[in-house]
Design a protein. Sequence first.
Length: 119
Amino acid sequence: MRGFYVAKQMRLKDAGFGETILETMPGRMHPRFRAMLALAYGTSSAVNAGKVYVTKNLLDANYASWLGLAWNGFHAAKWALHDRPAQLWDELEAQEIAELQELVSELDVLKAKAAKLPT
């Protein structure tokens, strides 16, 4: 997964190898990479669930896969449902505030010009 993510980032985003490989390390994992891991663990867990169902043997369960799905799935869902929209709204708020400040400064300039007009 790391290899595919690094290749994708280097190809599409023109990112450096060192910077991109660091985004896949556990301490600094990028949310998009974590979502990719959650999908991979989900696929593995679904196949494992089918195996457990067919064999009717609970000891065939791949607990590492299920734990990986739970861990990465939780963080990916938190990013997709909370962190990403919050970041989007923060960026929109900053953009709106900048536009309002620009409008206020234009109004101040017009007010100063209007004060110089003869009455």
